[in-house]
Design a protein around this ligand. Structure first.
Ligand SMILES: NC(=O)c1ccc[n+]([C@@H]2O[C@H](COP(=O)([O-])OP(=O)(O)OC[C@H]3O[C@@H](n4cnc5c(N)ncnc54)[C@H](OP(=O)(O)O)[C@@H]3O)[C@@H](O)[C@H]2O)c1
Length: 229
């Protein structure tokens, strides 16, 4: 049994991961702005990763074997209409928020002999896509952070990232709002569908687990082939 902190575990991929980790018998803590429908077994702390305050370290469990940082954005706009504040906001949410949470949890993670961190990127870093400049720039920084921290923390803490393509979560709701949009999105992928939250969460659970004990510094594409084919 292990103890995991899922930042942004109240919705989408993070929420699916919470269920999987609870089913495996692990202790799970979640930080997010709202608890929503989290089960009572979860230790929830309200925290806004882009707010004024750094995380309250007393909200950390005694023992921590893994941290997953889920907050992210999909702000798809033409580069012309994407002004500097939007780039700063994306960087704050995707990168600075992750830095704050990980720095708060670092000492607790270092007490574990199997600690792992998982971040989220996007297929739009590997593959150029129109209207993705803001999110691709921020997630490109997440990929840099992943490799830098994997080097700095080795051999104590493993650090990996997952780069999904379109996944059926509240974040992607507008992009999948009609049958036509869903079909067009599916058609763009070599595997002819979008991802389910549970299958991306399963990769995060694998990266946290001992089965991935020899995996660090990786950005795993989970994109139905879109990034490579
Ligand atoms: N869904 C996709 O199509 C897709 C594609 C590529 C990459 N990704 C990446 O995958 C990750 C997970 O995405 P998702 O689709 O599961 O997103 P989601 O359904 O929107 O869930 C995001 C989670 O982060 C929390 N969160 C958001 N802003 C926060 C803040 N300021 N402070 C604290 N918590 C915050 C949310 O809870 P509260 O709102 O209650 O705070 C929620 O629990 C993201 O990094 C995203 O960029 C997703």
């Amino acid at each position: 049994m292990a103890s995991y902190l899922i930042i942004g575990g109240s919705s989408g991929i993070g929420r699916a991961l919470v269920d999987q980790l609870l089913n495996e018998g692990h202790d799970v803590s979640v930080w997010a702005r709202e608890a929503r429908d989290l089960p009572a077994a979860v230790a929830f702390t309200a925290y806004d990763v882009v707010g004024e305050a750094d995380p309250d370290k007393t909200a950390l469990p005694e023992q921590l074997d893994g941290l997953v940082y889920c907050p992210g954005s999909i702000d798809l706009k033409s580069f012309r209409s994407l002004k500097a504040p939007a780039f700063r906001e994306a960087f704050e949410l995707n990168v600075v928020g992750a830095v704050r949470c990980l720095q708060a949890a670092e000492r607790t993670l270092k007490k574990s002999d199997k600690a792992a961190v998982v971040f989220f990127s996007t297929v739009a870093v590997q593959r150029g896509m129109p209207f993705h400049a803001g999110v691709a720039a921020a997630k490109g920084a997440v990929e840099g952070l992943t490799r830098s921290l994997a080097a700095e923390y080795a051999p104590t803490i493993r650090v990996n990232a997952i780069a999904p393509s379109l996944t059926d979560t509240p974040l992607a709701e507008k992009l999948l709002a009609t049958e036509d949009k869903r079909a067009a999105s599916a058609e763009r992928h070599p595997l002819k569908r979008v991802a389910a939250a549970g299958e991306i969460a399963a990769m995060a659970a694998f990266l946290l687990s001992d089965k991935a004990a020899f995996v660090t510094g990786q950005v795993i594409g989970m994109d139905g082939g879109l990034g490579a084919i």
